[in-house]
Design a protein around this ligand. Structure first.
Ligand code: PLP
Length: 432
């Protein structure tokens, strides 16, 4: 790496936290100086092809003229204004767009700052909904194992109890209910018995349950598992039968990533509450939304409190909303469905066959998501270095080497990502 940045990198190492990283024995951080299209530039020198979309977010690629324009244009009008007692065009436009593209029952939009906050908002909505009907005992969440819903407290309380953070925060985390994770794979014939364990939870605990929360079809950070949509159908039917709200966390799956605009569409279900984030602004900045129905919103508003109890300082930030509008427009113009189908076809052709490698447990693909599950955990520092040497940016965790590239990636770039994964599998030092 060039000397020019040595001091800055040293400062970073000594003073700045990175996600899930030790402060005393940190993994290396690569110094990115620029990003364009599908490529990140490391220390002004090396271009690497991005396989991560900066964690599902940068679907249209980096430094996009239309998104830049939206941001600059809005900044000349106002970068921010409080949302209490004030409204503005960017917030209205993004809400109109979200209402028109999400399932028809979702008509009310709460805009917030990040995915985790949108989950907090969803959970508060569910609890306030039952509170307003004099059923405060309905305050627990039911979910499935292997889930990931964010890092704040209510969100953590529905993350997987084993690979999540439950052991450290046990004393302060809400005690929620965990059914087994869905077992039937997306491409397997549906096994009716898969939802039996879930049904038992509904039967036994429905009087205490405010809502069921799940990541539709793809469980992301909790294991990159891709399961059968009929599980969602069964879960939604149980929610209806037992008077439990259904929260769909589409923060990772939303905006086309799985091959449908929203993963709920695979099961043809309408959630009562929907969480969106990550790709909402095309990865330009943090913004999230929680959508709900007339019924939920009206019930909350007619309860004792008379309003929904949440209101972040940067609610509906105009810069973020205007980039979100531009990103949603691009999604349409770029024909996301064709883009995602092309990525899926190449992943199926070239990534799925890595399943026969001796170090590989399983491979799976859905839409623009490709997963290689190794038999052993990766050595993150070593495999990361190997990937950068190979000219790609892929960040595995545990046994999972996975990619979800920007939708604008071309065939050659995508094959470079797959080739880099294949070559890492041949390197003993990339695994622990
Ligand atoms: C990333 C993610 C979150 C949390 O979003 P943040 O913006 O990181 O707070 C919640 N749920 C799912 C499914 C996610 O993938």
């Amino acid at each position: 790496m060039s000397n020019k940045y040595t001091d800055l990198i040293e400062f970073d190492k000594n003073h700045i936290w990175h996600p899930y990283t030790s402060m005393t024995d940190p993994l290396p951080s690569y110094f990115v100086t620029q990003a364009n299209g599908v490529e990140l530039t490391i220390a002004d020198q090396k271009q690497v092809i991005d396989g991560m979309s900066s964690w599902w977010a940068v679907i249209h690629g980096y430094n996009h003229p239309a998104l830049n324009q939206a941001l600059v244009g809005q900044s000349h009008k106002m970068s921010h204004v409080m949302f209490g007692g004030i409204t503005h065009e960017s917030a209205i436009k993004v809400s109109q767009q979200l209402i028109s593209i999400t399932p028809p029952n979702l008509t009310k939009v709460f805009i917030s700052d990040s995915g985790s906050v949108s989950v907090e908002v969803a959970i508060k909505m569910a609890i306030q909904y039952w509170h307003a009907q004099n059923k405060p005992e309905k305050s627990k969440l039911l979910t499935v194992r292997n889930g990931y819903h964010g890092d704040t407290f209510a969100a953590m309380s529905v993350c997987d109890p084993v690979n999540g953070m439950h052991s450290i925060f046990e004393k302060v985390l809400a005690k929620n209910l965990f059914a087994p994770a869905p077992k039937t794979r997306f491409d397997q014939p549906w096994d009716e018995s898969d939802s039996n364990a879930l049904k038992a939870y509904f039967e036994q605990y429905h009087n205490e349950i405010a809502a069921f929360i799940i990541e539709p079809v793809v469980q992301g950070a909790g294991g990159m598992r891709i399961y059968h949509p009929n599980y969602l159908k069964a879960a939604k039917a149980l929610c209806d039968e037992y008077n439990v709200l259904f929260i769909a966390d589409e923060i990772a799956t939303g905006f086309g990533r799985t091959g449908k605009l929203f993963a709920c569409e695979w099961a043809d279900i309408e959630p009562d509450i929907l969480c969106l984030g990550k790709a909402l602004t095309g990865g330009y900045m943090s913004l999230a939304a929680t959508l709900t129905t007339d019924k939920v919103a009206n019930t909350i508003s007619q309860g004792d409190a008379g309003c929904f109890m949440h209101g972040p300082t940067f609610m509906a930030n105009p810069l973020a909303c205007s980039v979100a509008n531009a990103s949603l427009t691009l999604l349409n113009q770029n024909d996301w469905q064709r883009q995602v189908q092309n990525i899926e076809r190449i992943l199926k052709e070239n990534l799925l066959p890595l399943a026969s490698h001796e170090r590989v447990q399983d491979t799976r693909v859905l839409g623009a998501i490709g997963v290689v599950e190794a038999k052993q955990a990766v050595n993150v520092a070593a495999i990361q270095k190997h990937f950068v040497d190979m000219g790609v940016w892929i960040r595995p965790f545990g046994k999972l080497i996975y990619i979800m590239p920007p939708y604008i990636i071309n065939q050659q770039q995508l094959n470079s990502l797959i080739d880099a994964i294949a070559s890492a599998l041949d390197k003993e030092d990339c695994f622990v």
